[in-house]
Design a protein around this ligand. Structure first.
Ligand SMILES: Nc1ncnc2c1ncn2[C@@H]1O[C@H](COP(=O)(O)OP(=O)(O)OP(=O)(O)O)[C@@H](O)[C@H]1O
Ligand SMILES: [Mg+2]
Length: 366
């Protein structure tokens, strides 16, 4: 079967209503997914949410229980892995210990019956790409963790696959090396313009590296979008809190005025635009701690919402504030810009200011 399903974008990988059931568990529920050609797409979510299963369905190691998988517009549902074109780096990026670096990288080419002369050229090019051109004769045990990781990458890209699949490739590395490799993988991916699906449960990694991110929970995509969309406009409480810290403000709808909907939040009246709800309805809003600014009670910034300080934690560049609005806990992060610090002792009265446009109405929990 070679049906072409309609699409809004030039998708290299597409799922339409893909369901995956194992004996006892449903790993994916009716997943729709579009990954644009040449982009880096991150699958982000907690353990067991279905990230690896999604990757294995793209690779063809698993087949959907129902629904369809398309690669480059072709329906590949039912096509086995060995007939698909992908490079993969597994979570444990095991290299063959008894083969040299060059032999490790050549492995996939030998399996594909590439000529000896071509293998030499392609392996050299792939090792240059990951800046290991001089280390081809070494064995994996003679390399650092980061160098081994680059060999695994070279091995995955050497035969120029349609799609590169990376399953938590950096989780074994320490923080410094991981951050360095994040940048390297991103540069490599952009240079090769290779459609890449990157699995991680590290939100910063997903935000740093990707063109688009899908946040998964319990076998469903909660939200997909650019890092900025996902961070600034989370649709659910899960997405808001999984990607960094967020306040969840509970509000009761009071009615409408000329500009928007009037809300009561812990005894304070606020008006927000772009929200439709009946009077009496309860709504939840996400508000990032860094969107809140702090003024003293006698400061020259009038208005704002009265709050008291529960605790202030000095973090060098920033201060993390645990606050209380009429008993409702709220966190704020303020930059320590070097001005005379105001009183932030526990119990101090302050006023909170934020732009109501930064309050993001959340969908009820799914
Ligand atoms: N071969 C299998 N047989 C039965 N259940 C499976 C199988 N593979 C995965 N599952 C189940 O499917 C769900 C999703 O698993 P998956 O490996 O995709 O999660 P994940 O998001 O990659 O998690 P992690 O971050 O821990 O790697 C889990 O509940 C898992 O137990
Ligand atoms: Mg996994």
């Amino acid at each position: 079967m070679n049906t072409q399903a309609p699409s809004m974008i030039n998708a290299d990988v597409r799922f339409t209503r893909v369901e995956k059931k194992f004996d006892t568990a449903t790993a994916l529920h009716s997943l729709d997914l579009e990954i644009e050609r040449g982009s880096l797409f991150a699958l982000l979510g907690p353990s067991g949410c279905g990230k690896t299963t999604t990757l294995r369905l793209i690779a063809g190691f698993e087949q959907p229980t129902s629904g369809h998988v398309y690669i480059r517009g072709n329906d590949v549902t039912g096509v086995p892995a060995y007939k698909r074109s992908f490079g993969m780096v597994f979570q444990s990026f095991a290299l063959f210990p008894h083969l040299t670096v060059a032999e490790n990288v050549a492995f996939g080419l030998k399996m594909r019956n590439v000529s000896k002369a071509d293998i030499v050229t392609k392996v050299a090019a792939a090792l240059d790409l990951v800046e290991l051109g001089k280390l081809g004769e070494r064995y994996p045990r003679q390399l650092s963790g980061g160098q081994q990781q680059r060999v695994a990458l070279a091995r995955a890209v050497v035969f120029e696959p349609d799609v590169l699949l990376l399953d938590e490739p950096l989780s074994a590395l320490d923080k410094m090396l991981r951050e360095q490799m994040q940048v390297e993988i991103r540069h490599l991916q952009q240079r090769l313009k290779m459609t890449t699906v990157f699995v991680t449960h590290d939100q910063e990694e997903a935000l740093t590296m990707s063109d688009r991110v899908a946040v998964m929970k319990d076998g469903r995509i909660q939200q997909a979008g650019t890092p900025r969309e996902i961070y600034d406009r989370p649709r659910t409480e899960f997405v808001a809190t999984f990607l960094g810290a967020s306040n969840i403000l509970e509000a009761i709808v009071k009615g409408k005025d000329g500009t928007g909907t009037i809300l009561d939040i812990a005894g304070n009246t606020l008006s927000v635009a772009g929200v439709t709800a009946e009077a009496g309805a309860k709504l939840c809003f996400a508000l990032r701690p860094e969107k809140i600014s702090i003024g003293s009670m006698d400061g020259n910034q009038p208005g704002g919402i009265a709050a008291s300080v529960r605790e202030a934690i000095y973090r060098g560049a920033q201060t993390l504030l645990y606050l209380d609005i009429n008993g409702m806990p709220v966190n704020a992060v303020v930059q320590n810009a070097g001005v005379e610090p105001m009183n932030l002792e526990p119990g101090a009265a302050v006023r909170l200011h934020w732009d109501n446009d930064n309050m993001v109405a959340l969908e009820p929990a799914r």
